[in-house]
Design a protein around this ligand. Structure first.
Ligand SMILES: [Cu+2]
Length: 175
C-alpha cells in the first residue's frame, strides 16, 4: 500500500469517527458520583484493528457552584490521551488539542463527535465493541475520577432508541 493511499484511508477513518454519530440528548443511567461532577454515557469509538487511535466521549455534569475543567485523562489501553476539540477553518474541519475542557457551574459539557473529545493515541490494544475501557479523568476541582467507557460505534445515549431493529444503522455524516 503506498503512502498516499494509507494517508487517505487514515483521514477517512478519522473523519468517520469524528463526525458520524447522533447527538440526540436523552437522560443517561449509569453515573459516577464524586464531589460535584457526574459522568454519564461514557463511550469509546470502536475502530478497525489497524487503527492506532480512537476517541472517547461522555457527558460531564457539574452539580456544584464552581466551574470545573477536565484537565487530562489516562487509560491503560493508550500511551497518550489528549483533550481535543474540533474546529472549522475555511470550511475544513480539523481537530486540535486544548489545554482543558470547561465544565460550567451547575451545568454540563458534552464530549461528542464533532466537538470536544478525548483522543486516545498510541493504542496498546484495539478496544473491541462491547468491551469496557477504564478511563481516569483529572478535573481541576473534582480531582481524579475513574469511569468505565463502553466501546461502541455510536453514542451510548442512542442505544435505547436504536435497540428496536432497523434504525440501528442510522448515522449522520458531515463529510
Ligand atoms: Cu482528536
Amino acid at each position: 500500500m503506498n503512502f498516499l493511499l494509507k494517508t487517505s484511508l487514515l483521514t477517512a477513518g478519522l473523519a468517520w469517527f469524528l463526525f458520524s454519530g447522533c447527538t440526540t440528548i436523552t437522560p443517561g443511567h449509569d453515573h459516577h458520583h464524586h464531589t460535584g461532577i457526574r459522568v454519564y454515557d461514557a463511550w469509546v469509538r470502536a475502530v478497525p484493528p489497524n487503527m492506532k487511535m480512537t476517541a472517547a466521549y461522555m457527558s460531564l455534569h457539574n452539580h456544584s457552584d464552581m466551574e470545573d475543567a477536565l484537565l487530562s485523562a489516562e487509560t491503560p489501553v493508550a500511551g497518550v490521551v489528549e483533550t481535543h476539540t474540533v474546529e472549522e477553518n475555511n470550511g475544513v474541519m480539523s481537530m486540535k488539542p486544548v489545554d482543558s475542557i470547561p465544565v460550567p457551574a451547575n451545568g454540563m459539557q458534552e464530549l461528542k463527535p464533532g466537538g470536544y473529545h478525548l483522543m486516545l493515541i498510541q493504542l496498546k490494544e484495539v478496544p473491541k465493541k462491547g468491551e469496557n475501557v477504564s478511563l481516569v479523568l483529572n478535573f481541576k476541582h473534582a480531582g481524579r475520577m475513574e469511569v468505565d467507557a463502553k466501546v461502541n460505534d455510536m453514542p451510548m445515549k442512542n442505544m435505547e432508541h436504536h435497540d428496536h431493529g432497523k434504525s440501528m444503522d442510522h448515522k449522520h455524516s458531515h463529510q
